[in-house]
Design a protein around this ligand. Structure first.
Ligand code: NI
Ligand code: MN
Length: 217
């Protein structure tokens, strides 16, 4: 499958299904694409109700007919706009259009509903997108229970983990491959991904992408 960093926390997964996570494109100075350019999506996942994550999720669902997967309160908001949604909560699993999504803990805040991370199963691969979160011991459990092949971790600090805590998270998760996200979008979330890579050392392969770049898993 092909994993593309859209900038900030936005990820496109292109496998047998097309999945978007946290597609914050409009108003994102680092965005590599626009909602207008998105033609196809099966599932759109939103980790939490903050503008830089909810982003263009609703317009993309409306345009493509994708199913929204989000915490209950966000799903209800989407349904009110006529979107097909699978509402869920932390601890639960849903299958939407052939994509399995487990919702896991994130230590953060949200405008509505709780913040979350997601573990996604598609085409025999398991991916963990941590959303916005602090470093938490729960990551040990997520690693032990789901054995993610790859994880997306925020490193931008201030609103999420910074570089040192994200490096510790890699140790907790026992992730094999990591793509750092949620940095460089705005000066307030600047971080050095090379420093992150240095701190992770040989614990995991750190894949540094530029917005718009892809990694084949
Ligand atoms: Ni947030
Ligand atoms: Mn955020």
């Amino acid at each position: 499958m092909e994993l593309t960093w859209l900038g900030h926390s936005g990820i496109k997964i292109k496998g047998s299904k097309t999945v978007y996570i946290d597609p914050f494109l409009t108003g994102n100075p680092a965005a590599s694409t626009t909602p207008e350019e998105i033609e196809e999506a099966n599932v759109v996942i939103v980790t939490h109700h903050h503008d830089d994550h909810l982003g263009d999720a609703f317009p993309i669902c409306k345009k493509t007919g994708a199913t929204l997967v989000a915490i209950h309160e966000v799903a209800v908001e989407g349904e009110a706009e006529g979107i097909t949604a699978e509402g869920m909560n932390v601890g639960g699993t849903v299958e939407a259009n052939g994509v399995r999504v487990h919702m896991v803990t994130a230590i953060h805040s949200a405008e509505k509903g709780d913040p979350a991370g997601v573990v996604i199963e598609l085409d025999g691969k398991t991916l963990y997108h941590a959303g916005d979160t602090a470093l938490t011991y729960d990551m040990k459990l997520i690693g032990e229970f789901f054995h993610p092949d790859l994880c997306f971790l925020p490193i931008g600090d201030r609103y999420t983990m910074g570089v040192p805590s994200a490096a510790k998270a890699v140790e907790f998760i026992q992730a094999k491959k990591v793509i750092p996200i949620h940095y460089g979008t705005f000066p307030i979330v600047s971080a050095d991904p090379e420093d992150f890579k240095k701190r992770v050392q040989n614990l995991a392969e750190v894949i540094i992408l530029k917005p718009g770049e892809s990694y084949t898993l």
